[in-house]
Structures are given as structure tokens and as C-alpha cells.
Ligand binder design. Structure first.
Ligand code: CA
Length: 232
């Protein structure tokens, strides 16, 4: 089994059924970055097919979809599965919320939404369904990263990391061997609104490399960024 297959197997999967490209792509990028395996569908029929084929751990479902609407998709998924479903919609009438919850949805998020809030709801619903981050592991070479306890080991020995170093390593372990540019790292780990010194990435990468020990696992590619890989 390759590393990517191994990772795909350990990641919690989310099916997003959403026809608005901007929202769909924001969810795909945001949820992938948070360590979820994300499947996308742009209409109800496609979403229903994917829900059956891929057996996701959670479904995020828009109500207004071309063709079959979200209510119907929810009803049909519920006819065979208890997978958690979160409705995502511009409607915010109480009657719609009641309708969604009566159809067996687990939560209801009104657009426009804040991504961090959506993420918190996703995690809460997964926890309620016993499909949280328990036991979710990422591995690269002899490094293991546990998402639930935020523990990292190398060769079985614990590696002490601050929250920021952990987030940095998590990002690299989601993209093994890939070159990540400094501005991307800054954006994904420190956030879009970070306005401090961009040398902070260099400082943290140096510290992370030191904490991970030898042989060095993080390579600096001058002018391009950093990559999680062993020196050839
Ligand atoms: Ca829509």
C-alpha cells in the first residue's frame, strides 16, 4: 500500500454536494487543508451516486441544487444510511430548519457562513457519531502524527512540539514530498490575516527541523520553499 493510499484510508471523508463553484471550491480547499478527504458533487443526482459509491463519513448538502433538491437527496440517503448530514443553505426560515431536521439532518448551516464555524459544526457532528479524529494517524518515514491527541513521534520516541510547530508539520504531512512555498505556508498555518514578518516561516521551519532530529526530513529548496522528504 502506498503512502497516499494509506493516508486516504485513515482520513475522515466528507462529501460536499454544492452547485455554487465559489462555495464548493472554498469548502474543498478548506476541508482538505484541515485533513479531511473531500469528494465533490455539483448536483443532487451526482451527489446521491457518490454517497452510495464512496460511503463518506459525513455529507454537507446544499438545499437548492439543479435537478433533485437537497431535501430529496437527504430523504434518499436516509432511506439506506445514517451518515451524518449537514444542510447548507441560504434559507433561514424556521420552517426550513425544522423540515431539514425532520428529514434526519444532523445540523443546518445558513449561508453566508464562517468557515471556522462550519468546521466546528462538522467536528461536533462527527464526534456525536463517534467518527471524530480518534485514531487518525498520519505517517511519513518514521514520523507519526496523531490528530486527536496532537502527539508526534519519530522512530517511536515522542517529539515535543508547540501548537504552531504541530500545525506546520501537519501541513507538510498532508503533502508529503511536495514543495510548499513560503507564502502558502504562511497563509495556511498563520492565516490570511497575518500581517507580521514573513521571516517567521523560516524561523519556525528551522525550529521544526531541529525538533524532528536526524536524518533531516525537511528540505529547503532555495527560492521555491520547503518539502518533507529525505535527502536523496
Ligand atoms: Ca445552490
Amino acid at each position: 500500500m502506498s503512502l497516499s493510499e494509506d493516508m486516504a484510508r485513515t482520513l475522515t471523508s466528507i462529501l460536499v454536494i454544492e452547485d455554487e463553484p465559489a462555495i464548493a471550491s472554498a469548502l474543498q480547499i478548506g476541508l482538505s487543508y484541515e485533513g479531511f478527504r473531500v469528494e465533490m458533487a455539483g448536483d443532487g443526482d451526482g451527489g446521491l451516486d457518490l454517497a452510495q459509491q464512496r460511503q463518506p463519513d459525513l455529507v454537507i448538502l446544499d438545499v437548492n441544487l439543479p435537478g433533485m433538491d437537497g431535501w430529496e437527496v437527504c430523504r434518499r440517503i436516509r432511506s439506506y444510511s445514517s451518515v451524518p448530514i449537514i444542510f447548507l443553505t441560504v434559507r433561514d426560515e424556521v420552517s426550513d430548519r425544522v423540515r431539514g431536521l425532520n428529514l434526519g439532518a444532523d445540523d443546518y448551516i445558513v449561508k453566508p457562513f464562517n468557515f471556522q464555524e462550519l468546521l466546528a459544526r462538522v467536528r461536533a457532528v462527527l464526534r456525536r457519531h463517534g467518527q471524530g479524529l480518534e485514531g487518525k494517524l498520519l505517517s511519513f518515514e518514521d514520523v507519526m502524527l496523531r490528530l486527536d491527541t496532537r502527539e508526534v513521534t519519530r522512530g517511536g520516541a515522542p517529539v515535543e512540539l508547540t501548537a504552531r510547530h504541530f500545525d506546520l508539520l501537519h501541513l507538510f504531512m498532508l503533502h508529503p514530498r511536495e514543495v510548499l512555498a513560503k507564502d502558502r505556508i504562511l497563509r495556511e498555518v498563520w492565516g490570511y490575516d497575518y500581517e507580521g514578518d514573513s521571516n517567521i516561516v523560516e524561523v519556525y521551519m528551522m525550529q521544526l527541523r531541529r525538533r524532528l532530529g536526524d536524518p533531516p526530513l525537511i528540505q529547503t529548496l532555495r527560492g521555491a520553499g520547503y518539502a518533507l522528504r529525505l535527502r536523496p
